[in-house]
Design a binder for this molecule. Sequence first.
Ligand code: ZN
Length: 505
Amino acid sequence: MSDSLQRLKEILGEVTDVNRASAVLTWDQETYMPPGGVANRADQLTTLRRLAHVRFTSEEVGRLLEEAEGEVGGLPFDSDDASIVRVTRRDYDLARKLPTELVAEIARAGATARPVWQKARQDSDFTLFEPYLERNVELNRKVADALGYRERPYDALLDRTEPGLTTDQLEAIFAQLKGAIVPLVGDVARHSEAVDDSVLYRGFDPDAQVAYALQVVIKLGYDPERGRQDLSTHPFTISFGPGDVRITTRVSRDFFNECLFGSIHEAGHGMYNQGIGQNLDRTPLWSGASPGVHESQSRLWENMVGRSAAFWRYFYPSLRNAFPGPLKGVDEESFFRAVNKSYPSLIRVEADEVTYNLHILLRFELENELLEGSLKVADLPEAWNARIKSYLGIDVPNDREGVLQDIHWSGVSFAIFPGYTLGNLMGAQLMEKARKELPDLDGTIERGEFGVLLKWLRTNVYRHGRKFTPNELMERVTGQPLTAEPWIAYVRQKFGALYGAKAAS
Ligand code: ZN
C-alpha cells in the first residue's frame, strides 16, 4: 500500500474512534445516565463531534485523498481500497460544502425548536411551532443550495442520505405504491372483522417479555458475545465496532407487539452491523449502505420473518409456555393473524405493514411542497389532514395526532422519512431474490434454522458495509435497481390471504 493511502487510513481510523466514543456516550445517555448529566454530556458530545469534523475535513485529508485517488485508479470498483477512497471522497466533499456557520446555525435551530415542538405537541397547538418550522424549512433550502442540485432542491438532501436516488425516481415509486395500497387499505378496512387481535392486550409480564425477546433474537442470529440488550424510551441500535453492537427495547404489559417486534427490529439492524467485514473496520465503510438499506434489514427480520406463519410455527409453542395465562385457548394460527392485524391509524410509528408507506408518502409530498414553496407552513396542518383523509379514510382529531406527531421536523432534517419506505421495498426485493436462491426458505424458518437466511444476507449484503450505494447494491444482488413490485406482490398476497380473497385482486 502506498504511503498516502496508508496515512489516509490512519486518519480515518482516528476519526472513526472519536465517532465511536461519541456513540458510547450517546448509548449511556439513552440508557443509564441520570437526568442531571444532560448539560455536561451535551458539551462532551459537541466537543467530540467538532474534533471529528475538524480532523476529517482538514486540508491534509483533501491532499491525501487526491494522491490516493491516483493510486487506486487501476483497482476493481469493489476492492476495499478503491471503495474506501471513493466513499471517503463523497463524504469529504459533502462535509466541505456546508459552511461552518450554517452547520452551527442548524445545530442552534434544532436545539431551540425541539422544546417548542414538545410543548406544541403537548398542547396540540401548531401555531406555537409554526415560526420555528418556517426557519427550519428555510435552513433546509440553504443546505440544498450549499450542496447543489440539478433539478429539485430535495435531490440535494436525498443524495446525502440515500446516495444516487432522485426525487423523480421516488415520486414514480410512491405513485406506484399509492395506486396499489389505497385500494388494498379500503378492502382490508371493509373486512376488518376477519382478524381479531384482542389477545395482544391481555397483559403479558414485562420481565418475561424482555427475556423472551432476547432469547428470540439470539436464536435469529444476534450475537450476544458482541452486543447486549437494554431498555430505553425509544428503541435503537448503536455500534462501537465489530465486537460491540448494542440494541435496546421497550416493553408494555398491555400491548404485546411493542417488546418482541421492537427487539426483532433492532436485532435486524444489529445483525447487519455484526456482519460487516472485519476488513472494513475503522474506515468509513464500516457502516450500513444507507439508512434505507439499514431499515430494509430491520423490517425484513421484523415483518417478513417475524410476522410470517413459518416463524410462528417454530416459536409459538415456546411462547405459549412462557405466557400460559394470556395465551390460554389461543392457537398458533389465531396468534399469527393477531400480530398481522391491519387498520388505518393516525400514528406512523404504530402503523402496520400495509398502511405504513402511506404515512411516509404524505410526509415526502409535504416536505417537497414546503421546500419548493408551493405549500406554506401555515397551511401545513390542513394539507396534512386532507391527505390522511384521502389516503387512509380517517379524520385527524387534533394536531398532536396529526402534523405534530414526529420529532423529525423540529430538527433541520428533511429527506429522512423516505428511508423507511425504501427499507420496506428493498427488504422485499432482497427477500424475493433470497427465496429464488433458497427454495426451502420457509422450511428452514419453520425448523428454526435461521442461519440459512442470515448467511445469505451476510454474503450478499452485510459484509460489504457501505461499499455500494442503495441502487448499486440492489443491482448487484437482485439484478435490477430499486423497484416496488416485490413489496406490492408480498403485501397483496399476505393480506389478501389474511383478509379474504377480494383484497388479493
Ligand atoms: Zn429501524
